[in-house]
Unconditional design. Structure first.
Ligand SMILES: Nc1ncnc2c1ncn2[C@@H]1O[C@H](COP(=O)(O)OP(=O)(O)OP(=O)(O)O)[C@@H](O)[C@H]1O
Length: 231
């Protein structure tokens, strides 16, 4: 459903990704790994259209989206949860979630109940300001805001980073339940070997602007992690 070929993307003249190729199939959870600064976030931003690629192509369900604007990609069903719980602290939880519906341009008008099934705390805190939530709750809100638009491809940038263990478990469960539905593909940046081997189907390791290792997550071994990921 997502096919990236020979992608070159970066900032100004500095190309961070230099020929990355990867695929995510419908129903799969694919884990993007690599040392700090190798360009995992840059790749996700390229897929969302926040950075314009210099070369290469990005296809969604066979359609070339390489030149489309982020809003158009959102409308085609890409949801993006950036690193660092990018929610609006002054708006209520409900208002934050309603903003997530904007991407659908009226296709979905009501917040889907399934999101509250996944993160019940958000239902309890609907009228609270986003800024009053704990870090982990804000991350749940950021994920829920992407989910209300019912994306078919969800991009998650280190959703578990710096979050208390109980909420990490909730987020892992949410990802598992999304995977079980088999109507969504998930591409996420995550460094935890346990997560990669337990929930993800496939992994890619990035280094020096390209993919240096990939395979089925069940084959991901500690040796490979040491070889590619430990500084
Ligand atoms: N706005 C920017 N302008 C210029 N260079 C940038 C910008 N953002 C990131 N970079 C550079 O791009 C490179 C890749 O950064 P990126 O955030 O994609 O890496 P990452 O693999 O996601 O790292 P981390 O795990 O630390 O988040 C880094 O060298 C970084 O300094």
């Amino acid at each position: 459903m997502l096919e990236i070929e020979q992608l070159e993307v970066g900032y100004g003249e500095s190309m961070i990704m230099r020929g990355a190729a990867l695929q995510v199939k419908m129903g799969q959870v694919v884990c993007l790994m690599g040392r700090n600064g190798v360009g995992k976030t840059t790749l996700l931003r390229g897929v969302m259209g926040l950075l314009r690629p210099r070369r290469g192509s990005i296809r969604l369900d066979g359609r070339d989206i390489t030149r489309l604007q982020p809003e158009e990609r959102a409308r085609l069903g890409i949801g993006y949860v950036p690193q660092g719980r990018d929610i609006f602290p002054q708006l209520t939880v409900e208002e934050n979630l309603l903003l997530g519906l904007e991407a659908t341009r009226g296709r979905i008008r009501k917040l889907p109940e399934a999101v509250f099934g996944m993160f019940p705390v958000l239902h309890e805190m609907l009228q609270r300001k986003g800024g009053d939530l704990s870090g982990g709750q804000q991350q749940q809100l950021a994920i829920a805001r992407a989910l209300v638009a019912e994306p078919k491809l969800l991009l998650l940038d280190e959703p578990m980073e710096g979050i208390q263990p109980s909420i990490v478990m909730d987020i892992e469960k949410a990802i598992e339940s999304l995977k079980a539905r088999r109507d969504m593909a998930i591409l996420l940046v995550e460094q935890s070997l346990t997560f990669a081997t337990s929930i993800a189907d496939y992994y890619y390791v990035l280094d020096k602007g390209t993919v240096v290792a990939q395979g089925s997550s069940s084959d991901l071994s500690e040796d490979q992690v040491k070889k590619h990921l430990v500084v």
